[in-house]
Every structure is written in C-alpha cells, then in structure tokens.
Design a protein around this ligand. Structure first.
Ligand code: ATP
Length: 226
C-alpha cells in the first residue's frame, strides 16, 4: 500500500500541495482536477521523484525519503510524454535497456523483452525505429518499458493525452489488464468510469475522494460553480 501522510510540497517557493493524507490501496485509482491543481506533482511524490517538504510518503511501510532508489523501482512511473521516456533508437533495445540494471543475463533480457513486446502487440515492431512509432504505439512502448521491470505499483501521468480514440482504447485496455495496482493522472473522464476510486484535486488539496460517479459529479459541479 502507498500511504501519504500529511504531505505538503513547495516547489520554487510556491505551495503546490497542502497537507494531503491518503491511503492508496485500490487496484485502479484516478487523480483528476483542473490544470495546475497539483496532480502531476502528487503523482511524483508517490515514487520519490518529488520528496514532500513536510510529511511523508510510505510505500509498503518504507519512506521515499530514505528508500528512494528502491521505491523508484517498486513504483513504476509512465511519463506524460513517451518521447521523454523512450531513450533507445530501436524498439527492442529500449525495452531491454532497464533490465541491465537488474543483473539479468543477455538471454534473459532478450526473453523478457520479447514477452512484454508480444503482450503489448509491439513484437512485430521490435526492430523498428522507436521515434517512428505512432503516438499510441509510443505510449504502449513507454508502458512496456516500465512494466518489464516488474514494479509492484504503476503510476501513469496523463497516458491518453494526444491520442486518438483508437489509441485511447488501446491504452485503456492496457491499463485494465495491468496486474499491478495503478494510479492514473488524467483529464480523460471516460477512462476512469470503471475505476475503483477517483480523487479530485483542487488548488493542491483534495476536493473529493469517492467512487467515480460521485467524485466526478462533485468535480463537474465545482467547475460549473466556478
Ligand atoms: N518545478 C516547479 N517549480 C515551481 N512550480 C512548479 C513546478 N512544477 C509544478 N509547479 C507548479 O505547481 C502547480 C501544480 O502543477 P502540476 O503540474 O502538479 O499540476 P497538474 O494538476 O498536473 O496540471 P495539468 O493538469 O496542467 O498537467 C502549478 O501551479 C505549477 O506551475
């Protein structure tokens, strides 16, 4: 379980998150809210990319302040823009890259990379230049590159932004098929309709935390009143 205890975050002298306390245990959790409400900053707290200025974030009981390196492995993070995550020119190389740090043999790395590429329907593109993939294929490659490391949790920051309907549905299916608990930051309210829990952020605080219908109603009403 990921626990956020009285966490506040200040970046560049500005208060971005204020006194957030949450236990994240459900399989599918969405983080929604208006632009600048602190969603991505919150997501980055969960694997130690940001450390709380006050309070703590614990992953299975260990603090991101003291176990950052282990926690970054344990909590996989899929960035908003796959171009920032895909570093190798060829698809198969990109997926296999992180596996080196796990100390696997070249054969094991190849086998694991092949397995994940097949799972995400990218195997036929294994020798393809990564930068020439479509937006949806890049997003899937970024997800595959994180999942091949076998994290316990996955955080996805706006995984469907800029995707067309077909690619959105592909990524949606990929998220529903994840074995891991997933925390998804998104503006795509259709994506989260069947999630277990939706947390709405507003100005660095939690505005609502409920099942999708109730939380999204609250969010939409708050926008209409604004
Ligand atoms: N490195 C930084 N230094 C200073 N301020 C920052 C930094 N990163 C984010 N912020 C500020 O923190 C606030 C929250 O940003 P964040 O990206 O977390 O919001 P968001 O809800 O994810 O927004 P969006 O929906 O637009 O992606 C914004 O006001 C942003 O300008």
């Amino acid at each position: 379980m990921i626990e956020v205890r009285n966490a506040s975050l200040t970046l560049g002298g500005c208060s971005v998150l204020s006194d957030i306390t949450l236990s994240l245990a459900e399989r599918r959790i969405a983080i929604v809210g208006s632009n600048g409400s602190g969603k991505s900053s919150f997501a980055r707290l969960l694997n130690g990319l940001h450390l709380p200025t006050q309070g703590d974030v614990l992953v299975d009981g260990r603090s991101t302040k003291t176990h950052g390196r282990d926690i970054r492995r344990q909590v996989g993070f899929v960035f908003q823009n796959p171009d920032n995550q895909i570093v190798f020119p060829i698809v198969a190389e990109d997926v296999a890259f992180g596996l080196k740090s796990l100390g696997l043999s070249a054969d094991d790395r190849r086998a694991k990379a092949e397995q994940i590429l097949r799972h995400y329907d990218l195997y036929h593109l294994r020798d393809h230049p990564s930068h020439r993939l479509s937006g949806g294929q890049k997003q899937l490659l970024a997800i595959a590159g994180v999942l091949v490391m076998n994290p316990s949790y996955v955080v996805l920051d706006e995984p469907t932004t800029l995707l067309d309907l077909r690619n959105k549905l592909t990524v949606k299916r990929a998220i529903s098929g994840l074995e891991q608990n997933a925390i998804v930051v998104t503006h795509d309210l259709d994506l989260v309709a069947d999630f277990d829990r939706v947390i709405v952020f507003d100005k660095g605080r939690i505005l609502a935390d409920d099942v999708p219908n109730a939380a999204l109603d609250h969010y939409i009403r708050s926008m209409e009143d604004a």
